[in-house]
Design a protein around this ligand. Structure first.
Ligand SMILES: [Fe+2]
Ligand SMILES: [Fe+2]
Length: 389
């Protein structure tokens, strides 16, 4: 016996099709449902609706029989069986649809450059994104901008020079993931989200560093050709995995050491707090790069040689440049010295040597965790840009 539905005085121009659709969903293609109704012209409207939907229609006195069409199933494709299952390759035809949605045949194709899971993804991306969401901070609340300058102008000049250098590094750290973001297939939405919040982190870093530079009336310091040349190689890198290695594992990892140094030696509480908060953000960016590469290298151990070659190529391309801005190096010494007395400068110089050693050890640790041998890790770390990032 066929299912019966009474749409009463509801017309197809007022939503009757919703009730009919619900009823059709419970029967197999080819089966009939019976419709009863009283709205004016409802059978004429029902016949027209059935034609557009590919269902059969038959008027029987004051009723109608609708035979469920088979076209309905053929109108839709899905190559993803659930919202949580990730495809190895996301097809262009899935386009902008929610993962797990049925996509209508004839939808436009979108060619996203990163459509392969192994090329872009990491299995803990959702967790990393949640960590990032929970750790967001508001510079207007988290940082006390009201404290007056109590340190010397010499120390202020050093802070301003260091932050000027850090702003240009943050600009690279924002632009690199931003360029990748628009090329990621939306199927990999956790990666989309992770890159997006990383970009927001970097925008906040650029903002707070600039605000701190201006806090006591200063304007930015020097930006050197060597520093910008080093960063340009990061912007020129088009491969996601190589970029994660150079920028996040090596660069941002090294930057965390720099921020810890700044937290220890900055002369004012605003800068110390900024350094603490930014270092936490950067640690998450490093974690993303590490987990992506760890998984990728597990399935493709030969990819290590690609990463090694990229480090060598970057070193060669920068061989003729000066590397770290000397003003930045001197600023670090002055900050750690606290004053310009010879004894203090000697102490500051030692602290900067210790910072360089900490940076080196950190890089070795991370690179070895990715399965490189001691010799390979030592070479990679020693070839890393003198510009820190
Ligand atoms: Fe940053
Ligand atoms: Fe970062």
């Amino acid at each position: 016996m066929s299912q019966i539905i009474d749409i009463e005085d509801l017309g197809f121009d007022s939503g009757a099709h919703i009730l009919v659709k619900q009823c059709l969903a419970s029967v197999a293609p080819g089966q009939d449902i019976e419709i009863r109704g009283q709205a004016a012209e409802w059978q004429t409207q029902a016949a027209a609706w059935c034609r557009t939907q590919g269902h059969g229609f038959k008027r029987v006195d004051d009723r109608a029989l609708i035979s469920k069409g088979i076209e309905d199933k053929q109108r839709w494709i899905t190559t993803s069986t659930s919202a949580t299952e990730l495809l190895d390759v996301a097809s262009p035809g899935l386009g902008l649809a929610a993962r797990g949605a049925c996509v209508e045949i004839g939808s436009p194709e979108f060619k996203f450059r990163f459509d392969r899971r192994d090329e872009i993804s990491t299995s803990n991306a959702a967790e990393l994104y949640q960590n990032a969401i929970n750790a967001q901070w508001n510079p207007n609340i988290a940082i006390d901008w009201s404290q007056p300058q109590e340190h010397s102008d010499t120390l202020e000049t050093a802070v301003v020079q260091l932050l000027t250098y850090m702003v240009e590094n943050e600009n690279a750290a924002l632009i690199v993931p931003a360029r990748f973001l628009g090329q990621v297939h939306p199927h990999f939405r956790e990666i989309q989200a992770l890159l997006s919040i990383q970009i927001a982190d970097e925008a906040r870093h650029i903002d707070v560093f600039n605000r701190r530079i201006a806090l006591f009336g200063r304007t930015p310091g020097l930006s050197t050709a060597g520093g910008q040349s080093s960063l340009k190689t990061l912007l020129d890198e088009s491969q996601f995995g190589i970029s994660e290695f150079l920028l996040s594992v090596l660069g941002e990892g090294t930057f965390v050491n720099l921020l810890q140094f700044l937290r220890r030696f900055a002369p004012d509480q605003a800068t110390r707090k900024i350094a603490l908060l930014v270092a936490k953000d950067e640690s998450r960016h490093v974690a993303f790069g590490m987990s992506h590469l760890a998984e990728r290298l597990e399935s493709d151990p030969d990819y290590r040689s690609t990463l090694m070659a990229a480090v060598r190529a970057r070193y060669d391309s920068l061989a003729a440049t000066a590397g770290l801005n000397e003003e930045v190096f001197d600023s670090l010494v002055i900050l750690a010295a606290g004053s310009l007395s010879p004894d203090s400068i000697a102490t500051g110089f030692k602290e900067v040597q210790k910072l360089l050693k900490d940076m080196e050890e950190g890089r070795l640790y991370r690179v070895q965790r990715l399965g490189f041998s001691n010799a390979e890790a030592t070479e990679i770390s020693s070839l890393h840009t003198r510009n820190f990032m």
